[in-house]
Design a protein around this ligand. Sequence first.
Ligand code: AMP
Ligand code: MN
Ligand code: MN
Ligand code: MN
Length: 281
Amino acid sequence: MQNSHAINADLHCHSTVSDGMLSPEDVAARAHAGGVAFWALTDHDEVKGQARARAAAEALGMRYVPGVEISVTWAGQTVHIVGLQIDPGNQVLVNGLAATRSGRAARAQDIGEALAAIGIGGAYEGALRHVGNPDLISRTHFARWLVEQGRCKTIGEVFDDYLGEGCPGYVGHRWAKLADAVGWIQAAGGIPVMAHPGRYHYTQLQHDALFDEFKQLGGAAVEVVTGSHTPEQYRQYANVAHHYGLLGSRGSDFHGPGEGRIELGSLPPLPSSVTPVWHDW
Ligand code: AMP
Ligand code: MN
Ligand code: MN
Ligand code: MN
């Protein structure tokens, strides 16, 4: 078999089924054009795009890996857990995701009200115009509308000024428990992966406790090379993978053309010390 480090795997990205800008078919085509050999669509809290993604990937001769990215609340912050090689039809997973999605509509109205309170009216209706899946309204949709309105130049700026934690448009939300998210993925026969850990703002003690708990629950991998990490963080999380006995994953977290700095399939390979999560696929 080909050295698994040399396989261009992109195991984290989004479509219009959550907060991406392209259809599952268009993301598949873009991944293929970017040289991706193993591809997973990992929409937030939703598996509705999985059949379309698989069909599009297979039509292009690209190996498809069914995926999802689940929102979790842990120690008061949001953590994302990716599930790979899931059965998207599994009822435990499907029901769990439906429960997790159910708070999004009311939260979005609250975000609209919070923005109205600082003089930005019409944000809820504006965000809705960017939504591809009515069950999955996300802060990203508000961010795109705010950029469109000329409030900010980039999505990143919107999160810094309006929608990030502590900002005037931020509305706290209680997502799934870590144990539940890992359990749903396992029930669906999948592999739980800690997504972009470099993005979380925990103390060292909390960080270690998060990984201890994830590992104890059956967590199997960590994203080492992701669009959210710096090269220094690739090295840092290669060490974390080694320390906790976790496999390593790689994914762009692509949301749309011109959004974010990483194109599908363009990240560097995993460090050689890390065993790829796809090593035995
Ligand atoms: P939500 O699930 O509605 O809280 O939205 C979270 C989404 O917002 C993430 O999946 C990212 O796509 C996006 N996001 C969060 N923080 C940032 C940031 N600093 N810059 C750009 N996008 C962000
Ligand atoms: Mn997103
Ligand atoms: Mn994420
Ligand atoms: Mn993501």
